[in-house]
Design a binder for this molecule. Structure first.
Ligand code: UGA
Length: 472
């Protein structure tokens, strides 16, 4: 099928590339000329595992191309996927101006019938509005528009796999013809015949995903309801972690046992600094606003948001308790991205932690294998290092702010020797408290109380820890 994708951000690039991988002919367009120039030159402006290789392969196969000419992209397509940004407004509502612009563009340029698919995350009832706009601004008699909502459930860092091997595909439609066309688009995935390309392991999918056909309003709501539920789950785990600290329990033991109950499930129960990124925080806000506008009491979700904001305060308090005065302390930061396997720092908890450290006079050195360039632009006061060991040198404390696997594998004995004081505050519960204490570190995390660990395991180097703490 001839498909155009409007918007070449995370969602648009992954969607366009994966649709081409399924065998469609895809043109991607964006109104950012720099981004388009870079894509035309084969340079992918974001870090997303597997994306650049797959993008290049599909360009070579002439199934994928990039064009600055959005009008042409609209005219040639049978189906148009809208993947433009829907950022939050000051009020917490969603800024739908980019969707509105695209609707008017499609209406003005289309000469033949089009399926217009809403992929961007939008509040319920946006599809109805989109349909109206397409009708109001339609210029060419032959252009009939069908609208569908097809929310994405792509996690940054695993977006390509999530697209090709999804748990479910949701299509919100109001006509059978629309359903048929979308089934056709996703057929290789739905029939379970689609084998991942070699660079994804070459394995057949373990299951065929379920296709859910819903109304457009339901499909839109499913997206916000899913992301908000994930946020609730994370905040719930974080409050349990606080309770664990108070009663001397261990959050990892508690959530592991909870997660084995198939009604609860093990994922999104990792306690720590809380959720960040461009999706969960903004979708929670937008869902709260939707509830407010429609007169539904969703204070439960407001509480999840409040709990999430408090994570930073609690972490800062842990840092102050361990370091006492922050002024003139050398603090090393491992991890800047809002989560592992991405270079995205939008709404990353790390940024707020660093801002507060700087405000209290600490000196910050940081390392993140993907996110340093972006961070240096907005936080030029921090010193970015080429490797984690440089961050540790003479540091009074080392903070883990992103759960990169790389940090688990570091030579922690070497780091111990480099630091002015072997103090680690693990904002992502990445490391094993017992192992860290055995290596002689003073180690703090969330919901794994130091007392409990010490009581069960007294490491031989414990006196070294206290001596080091005193001398520092
Ligand atoms: C999220 C959803 O998971 C996707 O399904 C959705 O498609 C996407 O938003 C979107 O709306 O486009 P993403 O923003 O990539 O995906 O990130 P998540 O993996 O959901 O993580 C969000 C945040 O929660 C991260 O800061 C992560 O560190 C944190 N988190 C996650 C926890 O603190 N604990 C957990 O157990 C899991």
């Amino acid at each position: 099928m001839r498909i155009s994708v409007i918007g070449c951000g995370y969602v648009g690039l992954v969607t366009g590339t994966c649709l081409a991988e399924l065998g469609h002919h895809v043109v991607c367009t964006d109104n950012d000329p720099e981004r388009m120039a870079s894509l035309k030159a084969g340079v992918v402006p974001i870090y997303e595992p597997y994306l650049d290789g797959m993008l290049a392969a599909n360009c070579r196969a002439n199934r994928l191309s990039f064009s600055i000419d959005a009008g042409e992209a609209v005219r040639t397509a049978e189906a148009i996927f809208i993947c433009v940004g829907t950022p939050p407004l000051e009020t917490g509502d969603t800024d739908l101006s980019a969707i509105d612009n695209v609707a008017r563009l499609i209406a003005a340029e289309a000469r033949t019938p089009k399926l217009v698919v809403e992929k961007s995350t939008v509040p319920a009832q946006t599809g109805q509005q989109l349909k109206r706009q397409l009708g109001h601004y339609r210029r060419n008699g032959g252009a009939e528009f069908r609208v569908a909502s097809n929310p994405e459930f792509l996690r940054e860092g695993t977006a390509v796999e999530d697209f090709l091997h999804p748990d479910r595909i949701v299509i919100g439609v109001d006509e059978e013809a629309t359903e048929r066309q979308l089934r056709e688009i996703y057929r290789p995935i739905l029939e379970g015949r689609f084998h991942c390309p070699m660079h994804l392991g070459g394995c057949p999918p373990t299951h065929s995903p379920e296709l859910l056909v819903t109304t457009i309003n339901s499909a839109e709501l499913i997206k916000h309801a899913s992301n908000s539920f994930l946020a609730l789950k994370i905040s719930y785990a974080n409050v349990i972690a606080d309770l664990c600290e108070k009663v001397g329990a261990d959050i990892k033991e508690v959530t592991r046992a909870m997660g084995l109950d198939s009604r609860i499930g093990p994922r999104f129960l990792a306690a720590g600094l809380g959720f960040g990124g461009f999706c969960l925080p903004k979708d929670v806000q937008a869902f709260i606003r939707l509830a407010e506008r429609t007169g539904v009491d969703f204070s439960m979700l407001k509480e999840a948001e409040r709990v999430n904001k408090r994570r930073i305060d609690i972490f800062l308090e842990k840092i102050r308790q361990a370091l006492w005065v922050l002024k003139d302390k050398q603090v090393g930061v491992l991890g800047l991205a809002f989560k592992a396997n991405t270079d995205d720092i939008r709404f990353a908890p790390s940024l707020e932690v660093i801002r507060r450290l700087l405000a209290e006079g600490a000196q910050v050195r940081a390392y993140d294998r993907e996110a340093m360039d972006r961070t240096s632009v907005i936080l030029p006061q921090i010193q970015c290092c080429r490797e984690p060991y440089e961050v540790a040198r003479d540091a009074d404390a080392l903070l883990i702010l992103t759960e990169w696997e790389e940090f688990r594998q570091l030579d922690w004995e070497r780091i111990h020797g480099l630091m002015a004081r072997p103090l680690v505050l693990d904002g992502r519960n990445l490391l094993e408290p017992k192992a860290m204490m055995k290596r002689g570190f003073e180690y703090h995390s969330f919901g794994q109380p130091v007392e409990t660990v010490t009581a069960r395991f007294v490491p031989p180097q414990i006196s070294k820890v206290s001596e080091a703490s005193v001398s520092a």
